[in-house]
Design a protein around this ligand. Structure first.
Ligand code: SAH
Ligand code: SF4
Length: 359
């Protein structure tokens, strides 16, 4: 049996678990400060715990959720961590160093059930959800690999999987990341990207002032239905309507829209001109990402000139835009290229898990 992991619970939950096991709740804080403060993952090394307690904890809990299998380093400095869970599942996380920040892109599922037509992860099918501990361990494995004095400044939930289809674990991982007594990350340094699971957007934003990114990719339902099949469940009107509600707008934080530019599919000037109209009333920033080609899709990126013209037309309509460079393409670490094919991945393309509103 795989033991439950100490990193899968936020501090209040773990305190409660300890209390119910007849232990003082502050023992949970002590254990967590070893794990997150000192990076100690062997319970037997937690020397200020009584030896009997160390044994008891070691018998019932695991600490390490993921082992580093290999690290691939791109010519541009992007590093892909290929990590392995005890059940053999492979999990990928990507570290993107920039001048003034180090961003880690974390995965939330092994594969993804949503099967977007342009995404390598979608082509894998869905194997399983990651636990909160497995999400947090991506952060810890990457943190260990940083040079001294360097820190992870930003976390983006943009790796493999749809975060809002693994809501309880994703929510718990955000609580752990942002707890001042564990990883102490400011919520505004965290971005969660979703293809548009509408009923879970509000609960996400209620966790705190985290950033929301929406994978838009099209300006009409006809095209989005083909690219992001989830659109048939939550069409553009419903998705954008939810983002226009007063209390979301009063957060005074922009919504980041991701728009992957695909040659001949969504890259016309008509699309570019429709975008500002579509997003009217939503404080928005548009991230344009030229398609990262991969073996599972025939779709290609438009030429640089087409990308520039698209960006200029959308900007002329009043949108704030960034045209992103692709990073890590040489090691299959760019957006949509994560497709670990280790044991445990690759089962059952087309498995659909229910998309109902309940968390
Ligand atoms: N499932 C979530 C988060 C992970 S995907 C989501 O879809 O939002 C992270 C981003 O990469 C999404 O915007 C996704 O649409 C985009 N993406 C997927 N495949 C891509 C590709 N081949 N090229 C460029 N971007 C891609
Ligand atoms: Fe899943 Fe996101 Fe890829 Fe779509 S783009 S298949 S939601 S990981």
């Amino acid at each position: 049996m795989i033991q439950p992991n100490l990193k899968s619970h936020s501090r209040p939950v773990l305190r409660d678990r300890f209390r119910r096991a007849g232990l003082p709740a502050w023992r949970a804080d002590q254990v967590l400060s070893w794990i997150y403060g000192r990076g100690v993952e062997d319970l037997h090394e937690m020397t200020d715990l009584p030896a009997t307690l160390r044994d008891e904890l070691a018998a019932n809990w695991s600490v390490r959720a993921l082992e580093t299998e290999r690290v691939q380093i791109s010519r541009d400095g992007t590093r892909k961590f290929v990590l392995r869970a005890p059940d053999g599942a492979t999990v990928e996380a990507v570290l993107i160093p920039e001048e003034r920040r180090n961003t880690l892109c974390v995965s939330t599922q092994v594969g993804c059930p949503l099967a977007c037509s342009f995404c390598a992860t979608g082509a894998l099918g869905f194997t399983r959800n990651l636990s909160a501990g497995e999400i947090i361990d991506q952060v810890l494995r990457a943190r260990e690999a940083l040079d001294q004095g360097e820190t992870l400044t930003n976390i983006v939930y943009m790796g493999m999987g749809e975060p809002l289809l693994n809501w309880p674990a994703v929510a718990e991982s955000i609580r752990i990341l942002t707890d001042p007594k564990t990883l102490a990350m400011a919520p505004r340094r965290i971005t969660v990207s979703t293809s548009g699971i509408v009923p879970r957007i509000r609960p996400l934003l209620e966790l705190g002032p985290v950033n929301l990114a929406i994978s838009l990719h099209a300006t009409t339902d006809a095209v989005r239905d083909e690219l992001v099949p989830l659109n048939r469940r939550y069409p553009l009107d419903e998705l954008l309507g939810a983002l226009r509600s007063d209390d979301l707008i009063s957060r005074k934080r922009p919504v980041f829209f991701e728009y992957t530019l695909m040659q001949g599919i969504n890259d016309s000037l008509d699309d570019a001109r429709r975008l500002p109209r579509l997003l009217r009333g939503i404080p928005s920033k548009l991230n344009l990402i030229p398609m990262n080609p991969h073996a599972d899709s025939p779709i290609q990126p438009p030429s640089r000139a087409v990308c520039d013209a698209f960006a200029a037309a959308a900007h002329a309509g009043g949108l704030r835009i960034t045209l992103r460079r692709n990073r890590g393409g040489d090691i299959d670490a760019a957006c949509g290229q994560l497709a670990a094919r280790g044991a445990g991945a690759g089962a059952g393309r087309g498995i659909r898990i229910p998309l109902s509103a309940e968390a």
